[in-house]
Every structure is written in structure tokens, then in C-alpha cells.
Unconditional design. Sequence first.
Length: 101
Amino acid sequence: MAENLPDTNVGNIEYIRKADAVDAVNHALDRETILFSFVRKVAISALKKIAPADAAPVVHAYWIDTENYYRRWRCSACSGHTKEAHPPVCPFCGAKMDGEE
């Protein structure tokens, strides 16, 4: 049975919204029997007790060449300027620079 457990390696963590998990439990256990009703209540209660993850939405952006020597690259998300050529993350807003123009 242990071989069916998901890999808990940090690189494989997926974040889900608690409301989506509750909806999934409600949908999976939508039969009106005493057993399913009990299991649904226990599962939803357990989900609601889970602490929220320390995660933030990822902002995707790209660098815009301003063709200005002093402020060469501008972030498409926050308009912050840098002379460093294409850093992978904006040093001003933290946007991940993997977007397209």
C-alpha cells in the first residue's frame, strides 16, 4: 500500500485551494447514505483544519529593452529598471521573467 503514496519530495509539492479540495470531496461522496454522509463530514472537517501553505501567486513578466544606457531593462510587471541584462527574477517586484512580449 505504501507504493501508492505520492512522492513528498519538496520538488513535487503542488498547492491546491482548500475550497477546491472540499468541493472535490463533496462531489466524490455525493450519495445520500449514512456512511457517505459521515465520511464526507469527517473528510471536510479534516481539510478545514489544515493550515494554509506559505505560498504566493507567481507573477510572470518579461524584460523590455528601453534602449537607455542608464536604465536599460524595464520590468513589464512593475516598470522597475535595471542595467543588468535579463536577470531571471525582477529585483523590485519578484516577478519570474519567463513571459513573452
